[in-house]
Design a protein. Structure first.
Length: 395
């Protein structure tokens, strides 16, 4: 008897989506009921004129947008953040991301890939004008044509970091994002977590299995360092950003990475080597917040991102991978609601988009809760960050 494996697999996939869809609808109903105290009358929370203008302005783009109600606490005002966004596609998602993370006292730099159309860039510029004047775009003459795996992936982050330093004197931490991510934490939760982490830099570093062929050879720099590989996603102190842009030893790393890429004549992913190497050689790079331990032996996972690699063997809710990274879906939602990570990576509009919608609603519900109660929702576990090894084992 011949069994049609394709049909069986297809049936399983369909049933899984049906089950997950039922779960999603049920979850939304439970969430609306359990968080009903978030939705207070206008006289309690209110909507200031500025937010109403923002919403009316953005409606002209024809994009269904969620309304965020939030209160900016004194601790947030005293701890402004700087964000950079690398974007090139899906303008709706970029706008929704900006709305989710925007606060008037923070600073935001957007790098639009130089290969993107002028219409794409102009749409984002107009949308940003609706959201707030603290969002700015990298000027055309400084934009980069990004090529996956090459130094051009790192250049937009470097450019934005320099512009952020020049434009804002008060921000405490820099967070680099892409347009395919979404926050798990509210701005208040981010600030409280970073304060609890006690001045550390959140940078992943791997020594074993670090793809040695992608790293410059021994002696490429006249420094007693170990090259590390890690994630491009970082959350680092202002002092780290100042050091990486201004210190001669940090510039030597960039020169070595460029030279190695030129010799190899292929992708070496320099963005995955620069930040980890800087942060994990504290005897050479004396950067405040640099890690003193052996990252892969004492740290499990990245606080800054929830990201599922295919090689990890962890379940991927959508079952879909692009470049070995899980495209997050409905099945990942239970994990996303309880994860301590700051942001989730990555989402695609054509892969279970309801998961993105639900996460967006969850975030908006938490900000509304904060506006009413003045404290984070009970799902936020501050002690996780305060007791984390990275909170104490650093310069």
């Amino acid at each position: 008897m011949i069994h049609n494996a394709y049909s069986t697999d297809g049936f399983i996939r369909i049933m899984r989506k049906v089950i997950f869809s039922i779960f999603a609808v049920g979850f939304l109903l439970l969430l609306v009921i359990s968080l009903r105290e978030f939705q207070r009358p206008a006289e309690i929370i209110g909507k200031d004129t500025e937010r109403v203008i923002t919403e009316n302005c953005l409606r002209s783009f024809g994009i269904p947008l969620l309304s965020y109600t939030y209160m900016i606490t004194p601790v947030e005002k005293e701890f402004p953040l700087a964000f950079s966004l690398q974007v090139y596609t899906h303008p709706e998602r970029v706008i929704r991301l900006l709305l989710a993370i925007h606060r008037p006292h923070n600073l935001y730099c957007v790098h639009v890939d130089a290969k993107s159309s002028k219409q794409y860039e102009q749409m984002l510029i107009l949308a940003a004008e609706c959201i707030g004047p603290n969002i700015f775009f990298v000027p055309d003459h400084q934009r980069t044509k990004v090529r996956w795996g090459y130094f051009t992936e790192l250049e937009p982050d470097l450019t934005c970091s320099r512009l952020l330093l020049a434009r804002g004197k008060r921000w405490k931490y820099w967070i680099n994002l892409t347009g395919q991510e979404f926050p798990i934490r509210t701005n208040l939760e981010l600030v409280l977590a970073l304060r609890a982490l006690n001045g550390t830099n959140l940078v992943e570093a791997i020594y074993r299995n670090r793809y040695i062929e992608r790293l410059p050879p021994e002696g490429a720099v006249d420094l007693n360092i170990t090259w590390f590989k890690g994630s491009v996603h970082v959350v680092v102190r202002r002092e780290f950003v100042e050091y990486m842009n201004n210190d001669n030893k940090a510039q030597q790393l960039l020169v070595a990475l460029k030279a190695h890429e030129s010799r190899a004549n292929r992708e070496i992913f320099p963005d995955e080597a620069f930040f980890p190497t800087l942060n994990h050689n504290p005897h050479v790079f004396k950067i405040p917040g640099a890690f003193l331990g052996t990252h892969e032996e004492t740290v499990t996972g990245m606080i800054q991102r929830l990201k599922i690699w295919k090689i990890s063997g962890e379940p991927c809710g959508s079952g879909r991978f692009i470049r070995f990274i899980c495209m997050l879906g409905i099945g990942d939602l239970p994990r996303l609601f309880t994860a301590p990570n700051f942001f989730a990576n990555k989402f695609m509009p054509d892969i279970e988009p309801i998961a993105y919608d639900i996460l967006e609603f969850w975030l908006a519900s938490k900000t509304a809760f904060e506006a009413v109660h003045g404290v984070p929702h009970s799902s936020f576990n501050l002690s996780y960050y305060a007791t984390h090894v990275m909170a104490w084992n650093h310069l």
